[in-house]
Design a protein. Structure first.
Lengths: 287, 287, 287, 287
């Protein structure tokens, strides 16, 4: 499948008979070949229906804008759909926020440089200058926006201005500042954070210390969309690794960082490939 | 989803545009509501297409036999489909072959008695009498058919007669006799064996000894359909568990048996739920 | 290693130089052969030291009681040790408490009947009569002690009387009553509970519903010693399994029950093999 | 534990009573504090005994060379030990061989630059020039030694000369040339290779193609010491990841590379920390 011919449709709507038939007819009639189809329903009787369709566009009989318009009129309105069509060749623009820890940042940059993340990274923004050289060695612009107790609002304002038009997705790659509600609302379901524990266990600061003191036998990491409530947004991906009484806090942290790298990478990849639908603070992930 | 209203369709055919639309239209037009749909293609250009549809039948406008006939004429012939429709309420009949080890046998009987395996177990057949009481305590008939070097052919003949009309699926639950090609051919893709290693490593006898001598760091088990070639049939499911130098052969065996129980259970469940398509000695498993 | 010759020593004491030498000399001088040795220290400078020694007794030069006395005088007092010597041939007596769910109960009984749990099961106690037949089919006595809002204290008193002299270890195999502090204190670090979530996430009632509503991508189970604080005792073992948006609550429960069976089995086995030391609400598990 | 005070002793000898006492007495008498101790025996009666001791040296009453001499005379000779004492502050020198794939090479360099691998990397040697810049950006010398059908012997000779005095450990990080027996014998148990399958399945070329054609449900990677027989040397570490029919060969390769990175990292770390003993083509790994 070449990226320049692949498109994806995401749908959320009330469940009822006939949706699959309507959607697949529509694409067939316009020369689009369906190469992947996933669906989910919370309840076939009166529930909510979710669908992801991957289709190929080389034999489309109409232009992309006309396709969207036709879909809206012929299918989406009839079924009251929330929907979005994306083209793999239109790379999403991504901005990474980071503080001083570099492990998840470098994993993302490294994957991206190996063409494992289909995105254009517009810039990296940090409240510290430490990682400037690491970032620039990948050919990515780095901007430092210091944040203090007093300038927090100004700092965010500056960041928002820089983001304008340059970002479809924001990654908090162990960014140690809490964003304001105003910021979060502007990018609903488009900010992904990596939390270094298996949520909902160990919300808040220093989860490795919390895990050590609790004596858990597995430690984990969680990638989730950011909402106004700290560490409570819709979970995209989680993973854990086995530990024992021999692990001191430093060792937990080191092992945990490996989990963070993998979990965030998968979450970002799925978002970029249009595999995630958010519904009632949960995610449907079609993989 | 009630089992008495759920049906499933499995399709294999040459890939080409329009299949999803045709199938979903057919079901929509006859009042069947699609509640799950999975598809796979080896290659959208000239490859082979596979599909599993789960649909609900309470509002069907025609009888089940007429539905099959209509599907054949309206859809299947046009796309040269191999296909099969199953109804969840028509439990598949299952026969378990066993020798002296009881761990996978008991796991299956226990799951079945808890309604986790939608099947009717017709009987258990063994070349030894040891497990008669265990089997009968579940209310399942037990038959002993001793096998020796000299009576092998007669023993199989006897088994085949007993199976006639009473089996849709045969499970070799650590059955220590090799079936003849004649037997295997009669039940193509309907005999599931559990092999106590991660195939294709450690084909043949005593894989735990082989694993011990090789010093592997993971041991596994493999559930596969039986073909004429020993331990080479299409793999349905595999799993592994971590071991170390501390594991002696007995300990490997004990841990391995836990893996065997889980792997075989999943494979049998998927077969009973019509989730498996065999293609070119590989399996497509829609889970 | 034959069980009738194997013994184990567990030690907790302030860390300082010379402990390993003293212990190993002592055993060597009395003809005991060390076949396994594990140690752990929270901090070699001023921390706490933990040790497990497995040794063989056929060539002991003194009787078992004299060995204990000699160890106390020659080694333990000098290093201010908490210590205990156990003989594998002295099976610990175990009592299982259960309500209506049978999955973990049956797993334990089944493992025990296959000689995978070195214990004598004195009885099963339940607040319901449902599982009487299942338990008795394993040749284990079953006693029903109904518990209501009004008779709770009497019921516990009755249970304590029945336990007297018949139990070294109590298993709460999905026992749905909360024990009083008085009960718990009598069996400190000798009551193991299985909680059906990855603690400390989802404390309390109906964790599978909580997990479903939170939309976690892994579900788990936790075996822990029971303390006065609900679901907060020292964790012995945990495990998780991957789930997705497709898992409804029933499906989560079914998958979760498989995790519960395995996690509790491992925790009980380790306790019976004297592999666990509790320290500051955490466990050291020597496996 | 500071690296400049940590030392490790590895022992292999015939098993008999008194070894632990002798070793621990020796260290205690010379002011060395044992901070970790692991042992293993193939059979306490007439088997082989293995031991790893980690001890702290700040209060040693003799110099390091004298300690070794004393250990040899007082303990090792009496028990016919193969043994070696290493000091964590004496970093092992490591050389990495690589061809064109960079994923495991970069993982090792990245871990090393983050102080997760206690080693001095002397150089990287490749039969191609492609990765020169990547390697040098880490401050590590890169040497190209082209290998062709005709110059193989000369190329190895050149490599051996460059290695002299500069290497305690050689890593084949997806090096696509087969080393001669002469080369391998010079570095017995000191060459670690990463094979991109779960050995012993899929020995030899293109294991991802083999795995795809076989239809396995898990793919893996294996780190092992190199011996004269291709892909048959003692296994150090293995891991696997779940795949399905949806994974094409490219996707298998990408997922497999992530496993390779982790498996090789762990194997190299354990070797550098003196945790591995090779015995009869198997490894004892004390972790």
């Amino acid at each position: 499948m070449h990226d320049n011919t692949t498109a994806r449709l995401l749908i959320t709507c009330p469940d009822c008979p006939g949706i699959v038939a309507s959607v697949s007819n529509f694409f067939y009639n316009h020369g689009a070949n369906i190469t992947a189809l996933d669906q989910h329903s919370t309840d076939p009787e009166g529930g909510t229906f979710f669908m992801r369709v991957e289709f190929q566009t080389p034999h489309l009989d109409i232009s992309r804008p006309v396709l969207s318009q036709a879909f809206s009129q012929a299918v989406a309105e009839r079924y009251q759909m929330d929907w979005e069509i994306s083209y793999a060749s239109d790379h999403k623009k991504m901005v990474i926020f980071v503080s001083k820890y570099d492990h998840v940042l470098l994993e993302l940059l490294w994957r991206w440089s190996r063409h494992e993340l289909p995105t254009d990274i517009s810039m990296v923004i940090s409240n510290h200058g430490d990682l400037k050289q690491s970032v620039e060695s990948f050919g990515v612009p780095f901007y430092e926006i210091p944040v203090s107790r007093n300038n927090k609002e100004d700092a965010e304002k500056q960041a928002l201005e820089m983001l304008a038009g340059k970002t479809d997705l924001i990654i908090l790659a162990r960014y140690m500042q809490i964003l304001t509600d105003r910021f979060v609302e502007q990018y609903e379901n488009r900010i992904i954070n990596i939390h270094h524990s298996f949520l909902p266990a160990f919300v808040g600061a220093d989860p490795y210390r919390q895990a050590y003191e609790k004596g858990v036998k597995l430690i984990g990491a969680t990638a989730h969309y950011v909402t106004a409530e700290l560490d409570k947004g819709p979970i995209i991906e989680q993973d854990v690794n086995r530990v024992s009484h021999r692990y001191k806090r430093d060792h937990l942290r080191q092992l945990g960082q490996d989990i963070e790298r993998n979990v965030l990478f998968r979450a970002v990849k799925w978002h970029l490939e249009d595999r995630i639908i958010v519904y009632k603070n949960r995610t449907i992930v079609f993989v």
